[in-house]
Design a protein around this ligand. Structure first.
Ligand SMILES: [Mg+2]
Length: 168
């Protein structure tokens, strides 16, 4: 458990940790770290696929990225615990939190998820590089957005593209 010093807000606490990262990765779970209909019987955080974790670790080890979970599973403590046990490179150091939950008036989950990511960036005053991995089409033609196929999940090819984006 993280104990914040008296008078320090959560945003300030994250800010002090943000300094150690060169870039950020907003991470979805279903369709990214587990394929729908995959051998793990996904989706769900308990079905996280070791091959996809290896591709994620390729990104992390080549970019020094902090992680913000943007998946719908972010509200589930057991899902976050499952991620902590999934073999993600330096999870306890990299995990910075989750995106806020904004009201969804239109029923457009993709648009709201993108707004939640923008909100996190704004709240935490992050103006550096970031990438977003999701199997939903959150936004079209944004250089930071990388879409996986829900039945395939994260591939080495997409991981390489993310590394390239985060390194430039
Ligand atoms: Mg998904």
């Amino acid at each position: 458990m993280i104990i914040f010093p008296a008078g320090e807000s959560r945003v300030d606490a994250i800010a002090s940790r943000l300094d150690q990262f060169q870039c950020l990765l907003f991470l979805d779970i279903d369709g990214v770290l587990n394929p729908y209909g995959g051998p793990g019987g996904g989706p769900g955080p308990d079905a996280i696929d070791t091959e996809m974790v290896a591709h994620l670790n390729h990104i992390l080890q080549n970019t020094n990225a902090g992680i913000v979970v943007s998946s719908g599973w972010r509200v589930s403590h057991s899902a976050i615990r499952a991620m902590a046990k999934a073999g993600i490179d330096q999870w306890h150091t990299r995990f910075l939190g989750v995106t806020p939950s904004l009201p969804n008036y239109t029923g457009d989950h993709s648009a709201v998820r993108w707004k939640e990511i923008q909100k996190w960036l704004q709240r935490n005053h992050w103006e550096g590089r970031f990438a977003v991995l999701d199997d939903m089409g959150l936004i079209s033609e944004h250089p930071a957005f990388f879409q996986t196929e829900e039945e395939v999940g994260l591939t080495r090819e997409i991981a390489d593209q993310v590394v390239k984006h985060l390194q430039t």
